[in-house]
Design a protein around this ligand. Sequence first.
Ligand code: GUN
Length: 281
Amino acid sequence: MAIIMSGKVMSAALMEEQKEQVADMKLRGIHPGLAVVLVGEDPASQIYVRNKGQACEDAGIYSRTIRLDAAVSQETLMSTIDELNADSRVHGILVQLPLPKHLDEGTILARVKPEKDVDGFHVVNAGRLFTAQHGVVPCTPKGILYMLKKAEVPLSGKHAVIVGRSNIVGKPAAMLLLNENCTVTICHSRTQDLPSIARQADVLVAAVGRPKFITADMVKPGAAVVDVGINRVDGRLVGDVDFDNAEKVAGWITPVPGGVGKMTISMLLQNTLEAACRQAL
Ligand code: GUN
């Protein structure tokens, strides 16, 4: 049976540390603040945004959610970001994705000042990660690495296989693991014989968005399996990994819910606190 890497337990411990850190910052006159911009009514995004706001409140971080109509123009959204860039109470700005199709995501993400880009989606921060320089690291990959390190999973020289090539998870996770001296393979929907590649993984990261896509026969015995999937099936949340069977083969595994998702929010708070400290210098 695998060791469970619990995001619930790890994020609860981090929350206690973050509360103390915020209290300490306030004594020094720094009141960290996060602004979340939500465009439209996507039900999953609404839940994520609510959870982010609640976590900020729990930690004592000032939080603002700006809700814009799904039909908002590119210009209005850009000027909303400009206002937040100029607002000294706001140290972190997050534009919840996905955006409605008529909006140009790349241009919008590039409008956020890189020092306020707590998602790490600005090309400047993506470039820093790509060149192993200090910058803001996207929350989900940062959470994945945090869990692997906390569980003391060996990384250096190991084969990490990432299933999924998104800008939010797959690509930055690959860079982070490469920076940890893993040998990294990125698989995606066009990969030939994905199961045989997955079976070579010492660290297997599943970020495909398909329920139970990773079956137990695709897991190398003793591997660390990280499940980034959040899929709703018959009203229940399930990951991209067939947990019940994979757990019998893996050395470590993350559950869904209570796994990576919790860490994403913890890392968002961490990025916000780091941004606030840097901006106070
Ligand atoms: N949509 C899904 N995941 C994320 C995330 O980490 N950040 C933002 N801004 N949008 C998302």
